[in-house]
Write a protein that binds this ligand. Structure first.
Ligand code: UDP
Ligand code: MG
Length: 309
């Protein structure tokens, strides 16, 4: 088989038919064998029926029904583990990533690249969200221990060996665009115009976006721990200065009794308390990840597979 398309879907009933049509059109023009792998991530609308109907008509359509909603990153992971072709593409099912540009990406793989990721030239989201994205990607770039390209999403095309490298990484809190950089090989980014969603609404709410951002930071950087360390050092230093000053005032001047202490004390206690809680929170984020990894739960449970041999 030449091409696999991985399409995670979660309640995308407005988009399935047109997505299938546009992907099939693009791929059939290439005159090679291909498969479309839909990962139904616990949809509760008519998405499963629509997918099933398509798969009855077209044997190139394969479906993995997960037992519940596991999240986008896990759905993509499931797809990657089931793709059986030389060239594998990952794209969103809401047509924000237009399938028409795939041939351009495939060509790069044929030229010898292993990872061809898409770079968003412009975003169609609102101003606030765009500002958050930009802040996050710049922060991640500064603190991450690997080189994660700015403004690249999960939309990408991978060679078979890049896919098997990704599949060999067992970690659970997956930030795929980070792991994709981590595996190395020859990588290249291609720019594209990210479209707005064809139908329905975004499935990433604020808390899911935050989780993804946290996964990016905490999986690829120890900078938060270092920041904690330096903040601790700084507050230690400042309090030392305070102690020296107080001792001096007490024993060598008569000014000590005139230093009003009460407001300063409360502010300092609150400051140090806040610093400690903040630090424990950061420790907790790392610890949570260690705990989750140590449980060795599978990343997803499959309810049924359709179209696989
Ligand atoms: N998705 C998924 N599981 C989820 C959330 C989203 O499989 O829990 C799919 C969704 O159907 C879409 C893709 O992941 O194909 C990207 O999601 P969405 O478009 O909602 O995210 P956004 O583009 O707004 O970041
Ligand atoms: Mg989208």
């Amino acid at each position: 088989m030449k091409y696999s398309l991985i399409l995670p879907v979660f309640n995308e009933e407005e988009n399935i038919d047109i997505l299938y049509k546009r992907c099939s059109q693009v791929l059939s023009k290439l005159k090679q064998e291909y498969e479309l792998i839909f990962i139904n991530d616990g949809s509760t609308d008519t998405t499963p029926q629509l997918l099933f109907n398509i798969s009855k008509k077209d044997c190139r359509v394969k479906i993995i029904n997960l037992s519940r909603n596991f999240g986008h990153q896990v759905a993509v992971t499931a797809g990657l583990e089931h793709a059986g072709s030389e060239i594998v593409a990952v794209l969103d099912a809401d047509l924000q990533d237009p399938p028409e540009i795939l041939p351009r990406f495939f060509k790069k793989i044929e030229e010898g690249y292993d990872v061809v990721y898409a770079i968003r030239k412009s975003r169609k989201e609102n101003f606030l969200l765009r500002a958050c994205y930009s802040f996050f990607y710049h922060l991640l770039r500064r603190v991450a221990s690997i080189d994660i390209p700015l403004d690249s999403g999960d939309f990408c095309v991978l060679s078979a060996r890049a896919v098997s490298a990704l599949n060999s990484l067992p970690e659970r809190n997956r930030f795929i665009r980070g792991l994709r950089s981590w595996i190395g090989f020859k990588q290249i980014g291609l720019e594209y115009e990210r479209q707005s969603r064809h139908g329905g609404v975004s499935k990433y709410n604020f808390s899911r976006l935050m989780k993804l951002a946290f996964d990016g930071i905490f999986s690829f950087s120890f900078a938060p721990l270092q920041v904690m360390f330096y903040l601790g050092l700084l507050s230690l230093f400042i309090s030392l200065l305070g102690i020296i000053g107080a001792v001096y005032l007490k024993f060598f001047t008569t000014a000590y009794s005139r230093v009003p202490g009460f407001a300063t004390t409360i502010i300092l206690v609150m400051f140090v308390g806040g610093l400690q809680l903040f630090s424990i929170g950061i420790l907790g984020e790392y610890l949570r990840r260690v705990y989750e990894e140590s449980k060795h739960r599978p990343q997803y449970i499959i309810e049924s597979k359709i179209g696989f041999k």
